[in-house]
Design a protein around this ligand. Structure first.
Ligand SMILES: [Zn+2]
Length: 259
């Protein structure tokens, strides 16, 4: 496997549900959902990533930091849900980082409708040369951004937004990271059930309804789809005085003209 450029860290897990929990979700589950989605998307985009956990397991802070440190990745995105009664997204970067990635992430999430609370750093009390958060302080040369997608106990709209928009916010981070490292980004492909799609995966576009006129008389209608006119085979065949049969087992039509 390629050396990961990014390690995604779903915060908490196992015995530790996380503070950003409420009656609708536990932080540890929601951030795992977000992280697994992002890992899958990065995989599709060809960005090598790994995770600190892929299941609901307990990770001590020192073990988590060691996994990040030893991962070989240059960046870590640590996913969290906030608590404390605020509203909006926050990103926290190391005092040793310029904060560019953190700002990109927050800007991208804000374009998805979430309000920005702040981008900030925090030093250890009594030691202004060290980071407050272990994910910054203990992760060596890996540049970690802690993302707090919103507040589980928000008096505003975060509870609804996290429930309905978590995937959109997760995707915003995928886009922001790709832009930050200069990797080509493409949004997830829209998958519509029942469409054969073709190589492009694009839905055929119906451009217009078209009329079928024979010797001045309207005889039926069809559709113009991708600049090709489609008219029911039965209509056209019978207009030319032939008979038509549908063979469902071979998915073919047969026309016969015995004149
Ligand atoms: Zn948390």
């Amino acid at each position: 496997m390629a050396v990961p450029i990014l390690i995604i860290d779903p915060g908490h897990g196992g015995n530790d549900p996380g503070g950003g929990s409420n009656s609708l979700w536990l932080e540890k589950h929601l951030v795992l959902q977000i992280s697994l989605y992002q890992a899958e998307r990065f995989g599709e985009l060809g960005v090598p990533v790994t995770l600190t956990r892929r299941t609901d397991t307990t990770l001590a802070a020192s073990d988590r930091a060691e996994i990040v440190r030893e991962s070989g990745a240059r960046y870590c995105i640590s996913n969290h849900i906030n608590a404390g009664g605020g509203d909006g997204v926050e990103a926290i970067h190391s005092i040793h980082s310029d904060g560019a990635l953190a700002r990109r992430i927050v800007d991208a999430i804000s374009t998805r409708g979430q309000n920005v609370r702040r981008v900030f750093t925090r030093t250890l009390p009594g030691d202004r040369t060290r980071d407050y958060y272990f994910m910054h302080r203990e992760t060596g040369g890996v540049q970690t951004v802690i993302v707090e997608y919103g507040f589980a106990d928000s008096p505003g709209d975060d509870i609804t937004q996290l429930q309905t928009q978590w995937k959109s916010y997760a995707e915003a981070v995928v886009m922001a990271f790709c832009r930050h490292i200069g990797h080509p980004y493409a949004p997830p492909r829209a998958v519509s059930s029942g469409s054969t799609g073709g190589a492009s995966g694009r839905q055929p576009e119906v451009q217009a309804a078209i009329g079928v006129v024979v010797n001045g008389a309207a005889r039926g209608s069809g559709y113009l789809i991708d600049n090709v006119s489609y008219v029911p085979a039965r209509l056209l065949t019978e207009l030319f005085g032939a008979t038509v049969g549908w063979d469902g087992s071979n998915v073919t039509i047969r026309t016969d003209n015995d004149e």
